[in-house]
Design a protein around this ligand. Sequence first.
Ligand SMILES: [Zn+2]
Length: 400
Amino acid sequence: MARAGWTLVSKGHGPWYFIPDWDDYVDPDYDFINDISKIRGWEHQAYAHELLGGPVSDGLLVSRAVIEGSKARQQRIQRHGVHGMLRVPDSFPVMGDCGAFDYIGEKEPRYTTADVFDYYTRHGFDFGVSVDHLIPKDTHPDRQYRYDVTLRNAEEFIHLWNREKPDWVPVGAVQGWDPESYAAAARRVHEMGYPLIGLGGLVRTSTARILDIIQAVHSEVPDARLHLFGVARENMFRDLKQNGVFSVDSAAPLRKAWLSSTDNYLTADGTSYCAIRVPYARGARGPMRSLDPQDLERAETLEKQALEALRAYDRGEDKLPYLLEIIKEYEKLYSPKVSRTEHYRRTLEDMPWKKCTCAICQKHGIEVVIFRGNNRNRRRGFHNTKTFYERWQALRDDAN
Ligand SMILES: [Zn+2]
Protein backbone atom coordinates (compact mmCIF):
# COMPACT_ATOMS: atom_id res chain seq x y z
CA MET A 1 0.00 0.00 0.00
CA ALA A 2 1.32 3.42 -0.99
CA ARG A 3 1.92 5.65 1.98
CA ALA A 4 1.14 9.36 2.17
CA GLY A 5 4.66 10.28 1.05
CA TRP A 6 4.35 8.52 -2.29
CA THR A 7 0.89 9.99 -2.79
CA LEU A 8 2.32 13.47 -2.30
CA VAL A 9 5.27 12.78 -4.60
CA SER A 10 2.97 11.55 -7.36
CA LYS A 11 0.74 14.63 -7.02
CA GLY A 12 3.52 17.01 -8.17
CA HIS A 13 2.65 20.74 -8.02
CA GLY A 14 4.41 21.97 -4.90
CA PRO A 15 6.05 23.47 -3.10
CA TRP A 16 4.39 21.64 -0.20
CA TYR A 17 4.65 23.20 3.22
CA PHE A 18 5.80 21.11 6.20
CA ILE A 19 5.99 22.23 9.83
CA PRO A 20 8.70 20.93 12.16
CA ASP A 21 7.02 19.74 15.37
CA TRP A 22 8.36 20.45 18.84
CA ASP A 23 5.43 19.26 20.96
CA ASP A 24 3.34 22.16 19.74
CA TYR A 25 0.14 21.75 21.71
CA VAL A 26 -1.97 23.66 24.23
CA ASP A 27 -4.64 23.01 26.83
CA PRO A 28 -7.96 23.04 24.91
CA ASP A 29 -9.89 24.00 28.07
CA TYR A 30 -7.51 26.63 29.39
CA ASP A 31 -9.18 29.07 31.79
CA PHE A 32 -8.09 32.46 30.46
CA ILE A 33 -9.86 34.50 33.13
CA ASN A 34 -8.16 32.78 36.06
CA ASP A 35 -5.08 31.73 34.09
CA ILE A 36 -5.42 28.13 35.18
CA SER A 37 -4.73 24.90 33.35
CA LYS A 38 -6.47 21.98 35.00
CA ILE A 39 -5.17 19.26 32.75
CA ARG A 40 -1.83 17.55 32.55
CA GLY A 41 -0.35 15.16 30.03
CA TRP A 42 -0.12 14.89 26.27
CA GLU A 43 -3.38 12.88 25.95
CA HIS A 44 -5.44 15.90 26.98
CA GLN A 45 -3.60 18.57 25.01
CA ALA A 46 -4.65 19.84 21.57
CA TYR A 47 -2.49 20.30 18.48
CA ALA A 48 -3.07 23.14 15.98
CA HIS A 49 -4.98 20.92 13.56
CA GLU A 50 -7.28 19.77 16.36
CA LEU A 51 -8.13 23.30 17.53
CA LEU A 52 -8.46 24.69 14.02
CA GLY A 53 -10.58 21.88 12.59
CA GLY A 54 -8.15 20.67 9.94
CA PRO A 55 -4.52 20.61 8.80
CA VAL A 56 -2.50 23.83 8.84
CA SER A 57 0.23 22.44 6.58
CA ASP A 58 0.76 19.79 3.91
CA GLY A 59 2.87 17.71 6.25
CA LEU A 60 4.84 17.57 9.48
CA LEU A 61 8.55 17.10 10.09
CA VAL A 62 9.71 15.22 13.15
CA SER A 63 13.37 15.26 14.14
CA ARG A 64 14.82 12.32 15.95
CA ALA A 65 16.88 14.59 18.19
CA VAL A 66 13.64 16.24 19.37
CA ILE A 67 12.03 12.85 20.10
CA GLU A 68 15.08 11.76 22.04
CA GLY A 69 15.11 14.99 24.02
CA SER A 70 12.48 13.52 26.34
CA LYS A 71 11.57 10.07 27.70
CA ALA A 72 7.87 10.85 27.36
CA ARG A 73 8.24 11.56 23.63
CA GLN A 74 10.19 8.34 23.07
CA GLN A 75 7.47 6.34 24.80
CA ARG A 76 4.77 8.10 22.80
CA ILE A 77 6.29 7.33 19.42
CA GLN A 78 6.97 3.73 20.46
CA ARG A 79 3.43 3.24 21.67
CA HIS A 80 1.48 5.15 19.02
CA GLY A 81 3.74 5.44 15.95
CA VAL A 82 4.53 8.84 14.53
CA HIS A 83 1.00 9.53 13.19
CA GLY A 84 -0.61 8.45 16.44
CA MET A 85 1.81 10.60 18.40
CA LEU A 86 0.88 13.67 16.35
CA ARG A 87 -2.78 12.61 16.19
CA VAL A 88 -2.97 12.92 12.41
CA PRO A 89 -4.47 10.31 10.06
CA ASP A 90 -2.13 7.78 8.44
CA SER A 91 -2.83 9.54 5.14
CA PHE A 92 -1.15 12.74 6.40
CA PRO A 93 2.50 13.05 5.26
CA VAL A 94 5.10 12.94 8.02
CA MET A 95 8.79 13.37 7.27
CA GLY A 96 11.53 12.20 9.59
CA ASP A 97 15.04 13.56 9.86
CA CYS A 98 17.81 13.38 12.42
CA GLY A 99 17.79 16.99 13.58
CA ALA A 100 21.44 17.59 12.68
CA PHE A 101 21.45 20.97 14.41
CA ASP A 102 21.37 19.13 17.72
CA TYR A 103 24.75 17.48 17.12
CA ILE A 104 26.34 20.31 15.12
CA GLY A 105 29.17 20.57 17.68
CA GLU A 106 30.05 16.87 17.60
CA LYS A 107 32.71 15.33 15.38
CA GLU A 108 30.40 12.65 13.99
CA PRO A 109 26.62 12.50 13.42
CA ARG A 110 24.88 11.10 16.48
CA TYR A 111 23.14 8.25 14.65
CA THR A 112 24.11 5.45 12.31
CA THR A 113 22.37 4.92 8.99
CA ALA A 114 21.10 1.43 9.83
CA ASP A 115 19.62 2.61 13.11
CA VAL A 116 17.85 5.63 11.60
CA PHE A 117 16.57 3.50 8.72
CA ASP A 118 14.91 1.06 11.14
CA TYR A 119 13.53 3.91 13.21
CA TYR A 120 11.68 5.38 10.15
CA THR A 121 10.21 2.00 9.28
CA ARG A 122 9.28 1.06 12.84
CA HIS A 123 7.40 4.28 13.55
CA GLY A 124 5.61 4.60 10.21
CA PHE A 125 7.19 7.69 8.66
CA ASP A 126 6.19 8.68 5.10
CA PHE A 127 9.54 10.30 4.21
CA GLY A 128 12.92 9.41 5.71
CA VAL A 129 15.97 11.67 5.40
CA SER A 130 19.49 10.20 5.32
CA VAL A 131 21.87 11.00 8.18
CA ASP A 132 23.58 14.34 7.55
CA HIS A 133 26.15 16.49 9.29
CA LEU A 134 25.79 20.28 9.19
CA ILE A 135 28.62 22.52 8.04
CA PRO A 136 28.41 25.38 10.53
CA LYS A 137 30.13 27.92 8.27
CA ASP A 138 31.98 27.98 4.95
CA THR A 139 35.36 28.32 6.66
CA HIS A 140 34.82 25.42 9.08
CA PRO A 141 37.97 23.23 9.20
CA ASP A 142 35.89 20.05 8.93
CA ARG A 143 33.72 21.22 6.07
CA GLN A 144 35.04 18.65 3.58
CA TYR A 145 34.83 15.87 6.16
CA ARG A 146 31.20 16.71 7.02
CA TYR A 147 30.33 17.04 3.33
CA ASP A 148 31.80 13.60 2.64
CA VAL A 149 30.17 11.98 5.67
CA THR A 150 26.80 13.30 4.50
CA LEU A 151 27.34 11.86 1.01
CA ARG A 152 28.62 8.53 2.32
CA ASN A 153 25.59 8.21 4.55
CA ALA A 154 23.28 9.02 1.64
CA GLU A 155 24.90 6.24 -0.34
CA GLU A 156 24.59 3.73 2.48
CA PHE A 157 21.00 4.79 3.12
CA ILE A 158 19.84 4.28 -0.50
CA HIS A 159 21.56 0.89 -0.59
CA LEU A 160 19.57 -0.18 2.42
CA TRP A 161 16.44 1.29 0.95
CA ASN A 162 16.91 -0.60 -2.34
CA ARG A 163 17.42 -3.81 -0.42
CA GLU A 164 14.51 -3.47 1.99
CA LYS A 165 12.10 -1.41 -0.16
CA PRO A 166 10.11 0.03 2.76
CA ASP A 167 6.96 1.97 1.82
CA TRP A 168 8.34 5.42 2.75
CA VAL A 169 10.08 7.89 0.43
CA PRO A 170 13.87 8.12 0.85
CA VAL A 171 15.25 11.68 0.95
CA GLY A 172 18.95 12.18 0.26
CA ALA A 173 20.40 14.92 2.46
CA VAL A 174 22.94 17.34 1.01
CA GLN A 175 25.18 19.82 2.77
CA GLY A 176 27.55 22.36 1.26
CA TRP A 177 29.18 25.77 1.67
CA ASP A 178 28.66 27.48 -1.68
CA PRO A 179 26.50 27.02 -4.79
CA GLU A 180 29.12 24.80 -6.46
CA SER A 181 29.53 22.42 -3.52
CA TYR A 182 25.74 22.07 -3.11
CA ALA A 183 25.31 21.47 -6.85
CA ALA A 184 28.06 18.82 -6.95
CA ALA A 185 26.61 16.99 -3.94
CA ALA A 186 23.09 17.18 -5.37
CA ARG A 187 24.34 15.60 -8.60
CA ARG A 188 25.92 12.72 -6.66
CA VAL A 189 22.76 12.14 -4.60
CA HIS A 190 20.54 12.41 -7.67
CA GLU A 191 22.64 9.78 -9.43
CA MET A 192 22.18 7.48 -6.45
CA GLY A 193 18.50 7.38 -7.46
CA TYR A 194 16.79 9.49 -4.79
CA PRO A 195 13.27 10.71 -5.67
CA LEU A 196 13.80 13.72 -3.40
CA ILE A 197 16.94 15.64 -2.38
CA GLY A 198 17.00 17.60 0.88
CA LEU A 199 19.17 20.73 1.02
CA GLY A 200 20.28 21.42 4.59
CA GLY A 201 22.18 24.15 6.40
CA LEU A 202 20.26 27.06 4.83
CA VAL A 203 18.21 28.27 7.81
CA ARG A 204 20.41 31.27 8.55
CA THR A 205 21.36 31.95 4.93
CA SER A 206 20.18 35.13 3.18
CA THR A 207 17.45 34.86 0.58
CA ALA A 208 19.82 36.01 -2.20
CA ARG A 209 22.37 33.34 -1.27
CA ILE A 210 19.72 30.61 -1.08
CA LEU A 211 18.55 31.59 -4.56
CA ASP A 212 22.12 31.29 -5.87
CA ILE A 213 22.34 27.82 -4.35
CA ILE A 214 19.02 26.47 -5.60
CA GLN A 215 19.66 27.90 -9.07
CA ALA A 216 23.06 26.20 -9.17
CA VAL A 217 21.52 22.92 -8.01
CA HIS A 218 18.65 23.17 -10.46
CA SER A 219 20.87 23.81 -13.45
CA GLU A 220 23.12 20.91 -12.41
CA VAL A 221 20.22 18.46 -11.93
CA PRO A 222 17.15 19.98 -13.66
CA ASP A 223 14.90 16.95 -13.13
CA ALA A 224 15.64 16.55 -9.39
CA ARG A 225 13.02 17.36 -6.79
CA LEU A 226 14.27 19.37 -3.85
CA HIS A 227 13.27 19.87 -0.23
CA LEU A 228 14.61 22.97 1.57
CA PHE A 229 15.11 22.43 5.29
CA GLY A 230 14.01 25.30 7.51
CA VAL A 231 13.24 27.77 4.74
CA ALA A 232 9.71 28.84 3.69
CA ARG A 233 9.69 32.45 2.61
CA GLU A 234 6.82 33.92 0.66
CA ASN A 235 9.06 36.32 -1.26
CA MET A 236 10.95 33.30 -2.65
CA PHE A 237 7.88 31.40 -3.78
CA ARG A 238 8.23 31.95 -7.53
CA ASP A 239 11.95 31.12 -7.49
CA LEU A 240 11.36 27.96 -5.47
CA LYS A 241 8.68 26.86 -7.90
CA GLN A 242 10.92 27.54 -10.91
CA ASN A 243 13.93 25.73 -9.48
CA GLY A 244 12.53 22.30 -8.77
CA VAL A 245 11.65 22.85 -5.10
CA PHE A 246 9.09 20.22 -4.20
CA SER A 247 8.69 20.99 -0.51
CA VAL A 248 9.87 23.27 2.29
CA ASP A 249 9.54 23.35 6.05
CA SER A 250 9.59 26.17 8.57
CA ALA A 251 8.32 26.89 12.05
CA ALA A 252 8.89 30.64 11.61
CA PRO A 253 5.19 31.65 11.36
CA LEU A 254 4.48 29.67 14.54
CA ARG A 255 7.44 30.84 16.54
CA LYS A 256 7.35 34.51 15.59
CA ALA A 257 4.24 34.62 17.81
CA TRP A 258 6.59 34.78 20.79
CA LEU A 259 10.11 35.18 19.37
CA SER A 260 9.66 38.30 17.23
CA SER A 261 10.03 41.67 18.90
CA THR A 262 7.05 43.32 17.19
CA ASP A 263 5.67 41.00 14.46
CA ASN A 264 3.73 38.47 16.50
CA TYR A 265 0.33 38.27 14.84
CA LEU A 266 0.08 37.57 11.11
CA THR A 267 -2.95 38.64 9.07
CA ALA A 268 -4.49 37.37 5.84
CA ASP A 269 -3.10 40.32 3.84
CA GLY A 270 0.45 39.54 4.99
CA THR A 271 0.90 42.38 7.50
CA SER A 272 1.94 41.66 11.08
CA TYR A 273 0.97 43.12 14.42
CA CYS A 274 2.70 43.38 17.76
CA ALA A 275 1.14 41.29 20.55
CA ILE A 276 0.39 43.15 23.79
CA ARG A 277 2.77 42.07 26.50
CA VAL A 278 1.15 41.49 29.88
CA PRO A 279 3.76 39.38 31.69
CA TYR A 280 3.08 37.59 34.96
CA ALA A 281 3.94 39.91 37.84
CA ARG A 282 4.99 37.01 40.03
CA GLY A 283 7.23 34.21 38.84
CA ALA A 284 10.76 33.15 39.54
CA ARG A 285 12.10 33.82 36.03
CA GLY A 286 9.84 36.67 34.97
CA PRO A 287 10.90 40.21 34.11
CA MET A 288 9.66 41.42 37.50
CA ARG A 289 11.97 39.33 39.67
CA SER A 290 14.26 42.23 40.55
CA LEU A 291 11.52 44.64 41.69
CA ASP A 292 11.35 45.70 45.34
CA PRO A 293 8.25 44.56 47.28
CA GLN A 294 6.42 47.86 46.84
CA ASP A 295 6.82 47.88 43.07
CA LEU A 296 5.93 44.23 42.91
CA GLU A 297 2.62 44.95 44.57
CA ARG A 298 2.03 47.77 42.09
CA ALA A 299 2.97 45.41 39.25
CA GLU A 300 0.34 42.92 40.39
CA THR A 301 -2.32 45.61 40.45
CA LEU A 302 -1.37 46.88 36.98
CA GLU A 303 -1.24 43.35 35.58
CA LYS A 304 -4.79 42.72 36.73
CA GLN A 305 -6.01 46.12 35.51
CA ALA A 306 -4.36 45.64 32.12
CA LEU A 307 -6.03 42.27 31.54
CA GLU A 308 -9.41 43.59 32.62
CA ALA A 309 -9.07 46.74 30.52
CA LEU A 310 -8.05 44.71 27.44
CA ARG A 311 -11.17 42.56 27.78
CA ALA A 312 -13.39 45.56 28.39
CA TYR A 313 -11.92 47.23 25.30
CA ASP A 314 -12.63 44.10 23.26
CA ARG A 315 -16.27 44.26 24.43
CA GLY A 316 -16.41 47.94 23.43
CA GLU A 317 -16.67 49.15 27.03
CA ASP A 318 -13.31 50.84 27.68
CA LYS A 319 -11.76 53.56 25.55
CA LEU A 320 -8.34 53.18 23.95
CA PRO A 321 -6.53 56.09 25.75
CA TYR A 322 -7.43 54.63 29.15
CA LEU A 323 -6.27 51.15 28.14
CA LEU A 324 -3.00 52.42 26.67
CA GLU A 325 -2.30 54.41 29.80
CA ILE A 326 -2.47 51.26 31.98
CA ILE A 327 -0.39 49.25 29.53
CA LYS A 328 2.22 52.02 29.48
CA GLU A 329 2.35 52.20 33.27
CA TYR A 330 2.86 48.46 33.49
CA GLU A 331 5.48 48.52 30.74
CA LYS A 332 7.55 51.01 32.77
CA LEU A 333 7.96 48.29 35.40
CA TYR A 334 8.74 45.25 33.24
CA SER A 335 10.50 46.98 30.33
CA PRO A 336 11.80 50.38 31.46
CA LYS A 337 14.15 50.78 28.49
CA VAL A 338 12.05 49.62 25.52
CA SER A 339 8.53 50.86 24.87
CA ARG A 340 6.23 49.20 22.37
CA THR A 341 3.28 51.47 23.12
CA GLU A 342 3.03 52.78 19.56
CA HIS A 343 3.02 49.23 18.22
CA TYR A 344 0.34 48.35 20.76
CA ARG A 345 -1.72 51.34 19.68
CA ARG A 346 -1.71 50.09 16.07
CA THR A 347 -2.79 46.58 17.13
CA LEU A 348 -5.56 47.88 19.36
CA GLU A 349 -6.86 50.42 16.84
CA ASP A 350 -6.99 47.91 13.98
CA MET A 351 -8.27 44.96 16.11
CA PRO A 352 -7.04 42.34 13.60
CA TRP A 353 -8.35 39.42 15.70
CA LYS A 354 -11.91 40.59 15.03
CA LYS A 355 -11.37 40.17 11.28
CA CYS A 356 -9.96 36.64 11.55
CA THR A 357 -12.34 33.75 10.98
CA CYS A 358 -10.13 31.05 12.52
CA ALA A 359 -11.61 29.06 15.39
CA ILE A 360 -9.03 30.39 17.86
CA CYS A 361 -9.65 34.10 17.23
CA GLN A 362 -13.40 33.50 17.06
CA LYS A 363 -13.42 31.74 20.40
CA HIS A 364 -10.86 33.68 22.41
CA GLY A 365 -10.95 37.18 20.92
CA ILE A 366 -8.38 39.57 22.34
CA GLU A 367 -6.70 36.83 24.42
CA VAL A 368 -4.96 35.74 21.18
CA VAL A 369 -3.04 39.02 20.91
CA ILE A 370 -2.00 39.07 24.57
CA PHE A 371 1.65 38.06 24.88
CA ARG A 372 1.62 35.90 28.00
CA GLY A 373 2.31 32.21 28.66
CA ASN A 374 2.14 29.16 26.41
CA ASN A 375 -1.62 28.96 26.12
CA ARG A 376 -1.94 32.40 24.55
CA ASN A 377 1.39 32.57 22.72
CA ARG A 378 1.22 29.17 21.08
CA ARG A 379 -2.43 29.65 20.14
CA ARG A 380 -1.36 32.86 18.39
CA GLY A 381 1.34 30.77 16.68
CA PHE A 382 -1.34 28.30 15.52
CA HIS A 383 -3.36 31.19 14.12
CA ASN A 384 -0.20 32.46 12.34
CA THR A 385 0.52 29.04 10.91
CA LYS A 386 -2.97 28.69 9.50
CA THR A 387 -2.79 32.21 8.08
CA PHE A 388 0.61 31.54 6.51
CA TYR A 389 -0.57 28.22 5.09
CA GLU A 390 -3.60 29.84 3.47
CA ARG A 391 -1.35 32.49 1.90
CA TRP A 392 1.04 29.78 0.71
CA GLN A 393 -1.83 27.80 -0.82
CA ALA A 394 -3.05 30.94 -2.61
CA LEU A 395 0.42 31.47 -4.09
CA ARG A 396 0.45 27.86 -5.20
CA ASP A 397 -3.00 28.11 -6.77
CA ASP A 398 -1.91 31.23 -8.67
CA ALA A 399 1.20 29.50 -9.95
CA ASN A 400 -0.49 26.30 -11.11
ZN1 LIG B 1 -7.11 33.71 13.89
